[in-house]
Design a protein around this ligand. Structure first.
Ligand code: SAM
Length: 290
């Protein structure tokens, strides 16, 4: 039975192993059973599912996931947590814990070794690397159905915003391209130990079967998007010509903008996903023509 979703049992196990929380790993453990139930319900986990949990911590949510899913793969970076996980997950035979940095794991290989997917991702994410983890999950192209995650509220807002706001960026566009975002719950700091000093939100990203726009080359599209927002204050023509690795010049960018009936001084932050897709497809053709 899941027994860690409260402060007393969490404090007891941390004390038993003399575990010291590591701020650098974004360790804020959940201590609220209602929120844990809500996350697992929102993820719509059944016994048919394989779940990837990123950052199991002491195994609090892992216990709930193990009870609902067919199989759980949990990737935890902090080796000090492994003996704790061995104890807290000892009664579940459907959990595999991997001690690794999730950003360095070959996710496709991991999923293939565990039935091939599609998987559901569920996590109370370490906030210092939320965006890289979500981008890596999408861009790795591992077969997945949904991602249900606790994130900083500001990041949840960034996932849903459009052009012309300061929060609009590569994450907003990646989410729009790959998935439909839904807010599951706003979560107060009192649901964690230690309390984070930001507000938290659970979001569910339901992966689309087909992206809403046609990109001739997804890696190229996201290369252009990233480069556009890396140099946010610059015009696209200057920003993209300066970006190493893309291999396109300022005149090429300007001619594509003109062809699209746009100003030569256009900026990426005003572009919708549709416009980015059109722009990047045209740039790709121009680059191929040399
Ligand atoms: N799932 C637990 C819970 O809800 O109580 C812990 C969540 S805590 C916010 C984030 C967890 O991610 C920590 O256990 C931390 O050690 C782990 N973590 C941090 N960076 C990681 C990385 N790069 N790869 C895998 N796990 C990581």
């Amino acid at each position: 039975m899941a027994n860690l979703g409260n402060y007393t049992n969490t404090a007891e196990i941390l004390q038993k192993y003399q575990f010291r929380m590591q701020k650098k790993y974004g360790q804020n453990f959940l201590i609220d059973a209602n929120i844990l139930t809500k996350i697992v319900e929102a993820a719509q986990i059944t016994k048919e599912d394989t779940v990837l949990e990123i950052g199991p911590g002491i195994g609090t949510m892992t216990q709930y996931l193990a009870e609902a899913a067919g199989k759980v793969i949990a990737v935890e970076i902090d080796r000090e947590l492994i003996p704790i996980l061995e104890e807290t997950l000892s009664s579940y035979d459907n959990v595999t814990v991997l001690c690794a940095d999730v950003l360095k794991v070959d996710l496709t290989k991991l999923v293939n070794e565990n039935g091939g997917g599609p998987i559901k991702v569920v996590a109370n994410l370490p906030y210092y690397i939320t965006t890289p983890i979500i981008m890596a999950l999408f861009e790795s192209r591992v077969p997945l159905t949904s991602i249900t995650v606790m994130v900083q509220s500001e990041v949840a807002d960034r996932m849903q915003t459009g052009p012309g706001t300061k929060d609009y960026g590569a994450l907003s566009l990646a989410v729009q391209y790959y998935a439909k975002p839904e807010i599951v719950a706003r979560v107060p700091a009192s649901c964690f130990t230690p309390r984070p000093n930001v507000d938290s939100t659970v979001v569910r990203l339901m992966k689309f079967e087909e992206p809403p726009v046609k990109a001739e080359d997804e890696d190229w599209l996201f290369g252009i998007i990233r480069a556009s927002f890396n140099q946010r204050r610059k015009t696209l023509a200057n920003g993209l010509a300066n970006a190493g690795g893309l291999g396109i010049g300022r005149e090429q960018v300007e001619s594509v903008l003109e062809e699209m009936g746009l100003s030569r001084t256009a900026r990426g932050e005003t572009f919708t996903l549709e416009r980015f897709a059109d722009f990047s497809n045209r740039l790709l053709r121009v680059r191929k023509e040399g």
